[in-house]
Design a protein around this ligand. Sequence first.
Ligand SMILES: Nc1ncnc2c1ncn2[C@@H]1O[C@H](COP(=O)(O)OP(=O)(O)OP(=O)(O)O)[C@@H](O)[C@H]1O
Length: 268
Amino acid sequence: MSTAESDSHGNPRPLSSPEYAVQAVNVTKTYTNGYVGVNAVRGISVAIPCGQMVAIMGPSGSGKSTLLHMLGGLERPTSGQVFIDGSDIAKYSESKLTVLRRQKLGFVFQTFNLLSVLNTIENVALPLLLDGVDSGNAYSRAEESIREVGLDHRRNTLVNRLSGGERQRVAVARALTIQPTLILADEPTGNLDSVNGEQLMHLFCELVHSKGQTVVMVTHDANIAAYADRMIVIQDGRVAEDVTVKSHSPAIEEDHQDSTGNGSSFDV
Ligand SMILES: Nc1ncnc2c1ncn2[C@@H]1O[C@H](COP(=O)(O)OP(=O)(O)OP(=O)(O)O)[C@@H](O)[C@H]1O
């Protein structure tokens, strides 16, 4: 098994190897609730190669979301290192982390952080506009992401008038619009019915297997985890299992294209 410190043959590899989208090296996280410390993550090392789809599973409270947040620089580890692009992001300043997240990482979380005063396309274009992309370019890239998630017909609708599932898809479109190297998703299908949940997984598979992007998702749903190339099971803040379940699945790519050829086959 490949770990952060060694390859599949057990040979030591340099830290922050560029073949990895993200690497955690012996990360821990202790939250302090008053006088009581909660050891949410107790020393996890994982190396996630570029172009892999990973499902993180495990019981409630086992530390899955905490690990995901540390991989995305949303939480700082209490100890250990998190490497992205060869740098330990645990050492980054808040402002450097903000830029990294905006430029390189796509987040699909249940709390969508969508701005209710903006419509779909404005929300999706926002990260690009904040990053200084000119508005013509930002809006045309936003249109493309909205098409990918099958929400063209809602492009001008205020997000607080959308259903939970539609908002979830806006959040996905917003995450995709920056073409992130790493997509981090916490229960990404939580608000979707089974058809749209499957379509989102097909889209993730397409991004991973055709475009070389990397997806790390937390899920309780075994059917959703079955789309992943690798499953990491967390228990009591540690890795209990780390299994590569399959490699590239061309069938999924072929299935993904709809009759219009635009790649979106969400149930609208
Ligand atoms: N901000 C926080 N402050 C204090 N304790 C926290 C905080 N966030 C998480 N915890 C605690 O850390 C532990 C791990 O939480 P985490 O949310 O990572 O688990 P999880 O596996 O994602 O759970 P679930 O599947 O229920 O979402 C839990 O005991 C939780 O109560």
